[in-house]
Design a protein around this ligand. Sequence first.
Ligand SMILES: N[C@@H](CCOP(=O)(O)O)C(=O)O
Length: 433
Amino acid sequence: MQFCSTRDIRHIVSYEEAIFRGLAPDGGLYHPVKHPDLQELFASLNPGMDFTAIAGKLITALFPDYFDKDKAKEIAEKAFPFSPELVHLDNKLYLLELFHGPSCAFKDFGASFLATCMEEFLKQEHRKAVILTATSGDTGSAVAQAFYKKENIDVVILYPSGRVSPLQEKQLTTLGANIHALEVKGSFDDCQRMVKEAFMDTELRSTFNLTSANSINLGRLIPQSFYYVYAYAQLKDTDKAPVFCVPSGNFGNLTAGVYASIWGMPTSGFIAATNANDVVPQYLAGGEYKPRPSLHTLSNAMDVGNPSNFERLKALFGSREKMAEHITGCSISDKETLETISRYHKKKQTFLDPHTAVGVLASERYMQKNPAHNIISLSTAHPGKFLEVVKQATGEFPPLPDRLKEALNKQKQATLIDNSLDSLSDFLRKKIK
Ligand SMILES: N[C@@H](CCOP(=O)(O)O)C(=O)O
């Protein structure tokens, strides 16, 4: 596959170049020049296949110039020592649990694949890279875990002060070594803007060989399609192709699913489930696309007022009408999120994290109008990452996996900075060699 900028079809790069650039020089996002037809691959899958086997097949089909069958298997096994799990929740509703990786969120899949590819390429070329990442909560910890102590790579994580959960903050600020945390006085949108401004600053970019580990980076986004394919394979023998419901903030997760369907994976559509930060559902319902400052909600990882990947979806579908044929929007309030967590705790003795709860309620609403379809709702984070919210909804703390307990006991190490490119560039010049 080759990739071009969403803003200039003539700017074409390889996969390796796309992942080390992160953002195209014109500020656009890289996307496939031509999507492959993988219908035969999808037909060959069966429900018993494990995740790494499916990921290996996709890696070699998507990147044949880099990874033959054996290398793809090696990369898949190295990147994914954890797996998604498809569990039945209720009626025709399934949860695709994506929180069994090191940071307990879906971002582990993309971050770990990107880290594995970058390490592979850098090893061959003896160069260094600095990864800038903006996070509203989950990306930061996944990227920190995936790149921790990776040779020739420094990671700088920007997160909005006071707007991530206490456990998320611990996860992304306590590793040390090559992981540097910047606590930004501002919102996630400020962090994302600062990162994008740094990429557009040619001097800064070349001095530090800057790239990104957000979903603007294709190497983070494309592997997120692998778990959609895994879930599809598990339900392959049922009569109708599933609908996927995706809790959405920056829309990278949803874009990855849409890519898989364009490659030929049978689906009956997508639900974009957001919290009150609903610029995309409003657009899909007929309004203008109007980015606006993000609102702080209980599902904080989705507090994004100007989703990066809207640009990729727009480039793919061209018009609102086309996009709305594939994607249905749904916005869920904090009150509804708490009620959903509480209801499932009473009914199924299960804990949903607030982001998963947004997806579950959006799925239920969709199902009322479209009862014939199986819905696979993405469960994007472990409830233990949001102890306070889950306790507020259920009166109980969810059980914590050991890897989250360990993070809780560590000491925060972060540098507080203003929300300006100058502050970020000062930090880079003083602290990153
Ligand atoms: N939801 C995110 C925001 C960044 O999204 P990304 O998918 O572009 O990395 C977070 O948890 O940080």
